[in-house]
Design a protein around this ligand. Structure first.
Ligand code: GAR
Length: 195
């Protein structure tokens, strides 16, 4: 059974997909804890599923390195097989990446390397792209530059708003994320190949 720590900053719909998948006794992974860098709405999903949560706000620390140290301690307390950044909107300090990678995944609402960064959906619309996508990557020290583990195209519809397009991407993201966790658990994906 693969143990997961999921880090979020927002609504946590990808987290919810993992929590729901874990309800199935046949699903070979469990979310053991959920962390956040703020009072994220998605923490409620964890609480509803009886999964412990922790919160480590950058503003409570003198610098990013001290913040990262505490975040890493909180994560490692759960001894997870895999850590998933699921809408976690902060860059992790190098020490955290070094300690966890390649067992550190990030979901991203674009077909990387297209449209990295915090505004991927807005950027795809602004560029007039006819299609964008969803990606799952292994985190490295760059901004969405790590190796791609899984990705899928999502067409942009005429008149799409940022919100409408993002919601359609998230439907794909949730399926990709659950499938990727399954593939890692059953050995079809070996993260050491992405190290
Ligand atoms: C997801 O689309 C995720 O890929 C994105 O935030 C959303 C979180 O949704 N992450 C990034 O843009 C990171 N660069 P959720 O909170 O509903 O899971």
């Amino acid at each position: 059974m693969l143990s997961l720590v999921v880090l979020i900053s927002g609504g946590g719909s990808n987290l919810l997909a993992l929590l729901e998948a874990s309800e199935d006794a046949q699903f070979p992974a469990r979310v053991v804890a959920v962390g956040a860098d703020r009072e994220a709405d998605g923490l409620e999903h964890a609480e509803r599923f009886g999964v412990p949560t922790f919160s480590v706000a950058l503003s409570n620390f003198p610098d990013r390195d001290d913040w990262g140290k505490e975040l890493l301690e909180q994560i490692e307390e759960w001894n997870p097989d895999l850590v998933i950044l699921s809408g976690f909107m902060r860059l992790l300090p190098p020490r955290v990446v070094a300690a966890l990678s390649p067992r550190l995944l990030n979901t991203h609402p674009a077909y990387l390397p297209e449209f990295p960064g915090a505004h991927a959906v807005r950027d795809a619309l602004a560029a007039g792209a006819s299609e964008t996508g969803a990606s799952i990557i292994v985190v490295d020290d760059g901004v969405d530059t790590g190796p791609v583990v899984a990705q899928e195209r999502v067409p942009v519809a005429p008149g799409d708003t940022e919100n409408a397009l993002h919601e359609r991407i998230k439907v794909v993201e949730r399926r990709l994320l659950v499938q990727t966790v399954l593939d890692i658990a059953n050995g079809h994906i070996n993260l050491e190949d992405y190290a």
